[in-house]
Design a protein around this ligand. Structure first.
Ligand code: PMP
Length: 396
């Protein structure tokens, strides 16, 4: 087959780990691998009722083409939720509804990046954001992080030594993959850097509302004074990912640009899904629904942390997330996460090795564990099996 593809395809490779992890769909596998929400929390009964209502009340509009910006009542509901939860001051015309937040990341790459432009991101960061950006052939540079977020003087040095930084991509709340959360001080400092160097920030915030023990922290967007922060979020983790509804909240001038790109990509996000979510928020208590999710995930977080504490050797370090879906495990330097995965799969346990989450470094001794998608007994069993392999094969 002699088909010539675009150059950008050279930078996109099928992930070897994704291929390995295809086995995780088998029921006998205890999987810490995906970022899947707990399906028993999907509001299926309510959605049956809502679907009928939407079709009865506005069937012909729900099944028709609609505007690129999105369903206005949903944009209003999102703007008012964001202002209430994330301390922003935005209006509905600052919102563009996207097909999941993944589309918002792809459109951001398309909007900002020429070949060899620079994207700054946390190191490690969300793997599928890296894949989305890579299609536009940038250089991805990781900035080291500590428990409070990006290390600001390292960030500033990187900006000073690279002239074409197009945006900074960050996940401030319960980050994927590490589960870490940025301090409020670092959020302010990041906005300060953005203002001084005039570089946009993409704040990717799918997990912020899933905070287990305290109030939700103010978003980076809430400190935005120059319209440089582009906030991206989704209903995937607070409602259900299959509906594919996410959004961008940004300055209106930026939204206009995103709208142009979205028109070319898919005209608009599913009219019927947008109306269904909007109806759900109108008729049911969305905050109550999120509380239920938080209660289940908090328990699962507690379970995985105490199972690791009890069973993992002391040399193995892990993060203690205050919300979200993931914990990040650092192994002793000589243990390779992918090799550990191959041993664990033989024992029907899966997770994602840490290496592909790093934009520009090779770090092999880490793994990401998801705890949202399994009952407590399976979590404990899975952690014990990993601990046994660490003990029996690696002698730790
Ligand atoms: N950003 C981050 C940090 C994520 O973890 C995810 C999903 N795992 C997404 C974006 C994409 O989510 P969706 O497209 O379902 O909204």
């Amino acid at each position: 087959m002699n088909i010539i593809f675009s150059q950008r395809m050279d930078s996109l490779k099928a992930s070897e780990i994704r291929e390995i992890l295809k086995v995780t769909s088998k029921p006998e596998i205890i999987s810490f691998a995906g970022g899947l929400p707990a399906p028993e929390l999907f509001p299926i009964k309510e959605l049956k009722d809502i679907s009928v209502k939407v079709l009865n009340e506005s069937g012909s509009q729900a099944l028709q083409y609609s505007t690129t910006e999105g369903f206005t009542p949903l944009r209003k509901q999102i703007a008012s939720r964001m202002n209430r939860k994330f301390h922003t001051i935005i209006d509905f015309d600052n919102i563009l509804i996207t097909a999941g937040s993944q589309q918002a990341l792809d459109l951001s790459g398309k909007l900002f990046l020429n070949k060899d432009d620079i994207v700054l991101c946390e190191s490690p960061t969300y793997l599928a954001a890296l894949s989305a950006f890579k299609a536009y052939e940038p250089k991805l540079l990781g900035v080291d992080t500590d428990n409070d977020g990006m290390i600001i003087n390292k960030l500033e040095k990187t900006i000073q030594t690279n002239s074409n930084v197009k945006f900074m991509y960050v996940i401030p709340d319960f980050q994927n993959p590490t589960g870490r959360t940025w301090s409020v001080q670092r959020r302010k400092e990041l906005v300060d850097i953005a203002n001084r160097y005039h570089i946009p920030i993409i704040e990717d915030n799918p997990y912020g509302e899933l905070r287990f023990d305290r109030n939700i922290l103010p978003s980076i967007k809430s400190f935005d004074t120059k319209g440089l922060v582009i906030f991206v979020s989704t209903f995937s983790k607070t409602f259900c990912p299959g509906m594919r509804i996410g959004w961008i909240a940004a300055d209106q001038k930026l939204i206009e640009k995103y709208v142009l790109l979205k028109q070319g990509a898919d005209l608009h996000t599913s009219s019927i899904s947008q109306r269904e979510i909007s109806k759900y928020i109108e008729l049911y208590d969305f905050d109550e629904h999120i509380k239920k999710i938080i209660n289940v995930y908090r328990e699962r977080r507690n379970t995985i942390l105490s199972a690791m504490q009890e069973n993992f050797p002391a040399e193995v370090k892990f993060t203690r997330p205050q919300g979200g879906l993931f914990t990040w495990v650092e192994l002793p330097l000589h243990i390779n996460g992918k090799e550990l995965l191959m041993h664990c799969l033989r024992d029907n346990v899966a997770f994602v090795p840490g290496e592909p989450f790093f934009p520009d470094r090779k770090v092999f001794n880490a793994i990401r564990l998801n705890y949202s998608n399994m009952p407590k007994d399976r979590i404990v069993l899975g952690i014990r099996r990993i601990a046994n392999i660490l003990h029996n094969i690696y002698n730790i």
